[in-house]
Design a protein around this ligand. Structure first.
Ligand code: MN
Length: 228
């Protein structure tokens, strides 16, 4: 097989404690998975109908690389989220089956052009230009699930320039990880290499050029980076 142009590189993430890397196939995101964040956005949570959107795999920023301030916005927002990496896939899964797909965990930012999202919501347009832009998904190195201790008291938090902006426990999630994966698997056939952003807690706010962020899923994964 030869290609007409040089094929694009496969996006990937480093793995804590390993020289191997995790290959990224797709990036799925759930919206409104923390009630307080839904409230701050003027929305409500529909427990029976999780809301999903996607980012392209090459929107992932790995290895703490600088994040360029995107074009076409004056209101770039941070959304700190636990990121789940799948080691295998399937479709129409039960939550029990879905739980076995998890390969590892990380922490990431679902960067959002909030002004473009507000315009899209007002016009009933898709969210792609608000969510799926280049460099919109900085993600930490992944911790293999077998080495991660997570429970309802695990803390997810984000500081910007040393100031705490967002903080929650995972127990505040509306849909838990097995439920998210099971629901996604009714819409898409999932496969190993898929990443899932599991929603952001309250406290989303603007980032400016020069801001340094420190995101943490305490005891599991950390992400440091800068908006440039
Ligand atoms: Mn989000």
């Amino acid at each position: 097989m030869t290609y007409t142009i040089v094929p694009p590189a496969l996006p990937s993430l480093p793995i804590i404690g390993s020289d191997q890397r995790f290959p990224i196939r797709r990036v799925f995101c759930i919206g409104r998975n923390y009630a307080e964040h839904a409230r701050e956005m003027g929305a409500s949570v529909d427990k029976s109908a999780p809301m999903f959107f996607c980012k392209p795999a090459d929107a992932v920023v790995s290895d703490g690389a600088d994040v360029p301030y995107p074009s076409a916005t004056t209101d770039l927002h941070h959304e700190v989220e636990m990121v789940v990496a799948l080691g295998s896939g399937g479709h129409d899964l039960t939550p029990e089956q879905a739980a076995t797909l998890v390969w590892g965990y990380g922490v990431g930012l679902d960067l959002t052009r909030r002004d473009l999202q507000a315009q899209a919501k007002a016009k009933g347009h898709p969210w792609d230009v608000a969510k799926a832009f280049d460099h919109s998904a900085p993600v930490s190195a992944l911790r293999p699930a077998a080495e991660a201790t997570l429970d309802a008291n695990s803390v997810l938090q984000l500081s910007v320039n040393g100031e705490l902006r967002q903080r929650t426990t995972l127990g505040e999630m509306v849909h838990g990880v097995p439920q998210i994966i099971a629901a996604l698997s009714t819409l898409f056939e999932l496969k190993g290499g898929d990443l899932i952003f599991t929603g952001t807690p309250a406290g989303v706010a603007a980032l400016q050029r020069g801001d340094r962020f420190h995101a943490e899923l305490i005891g599991v994964a950390e992400l440091d980076g800068q908006i440039v």
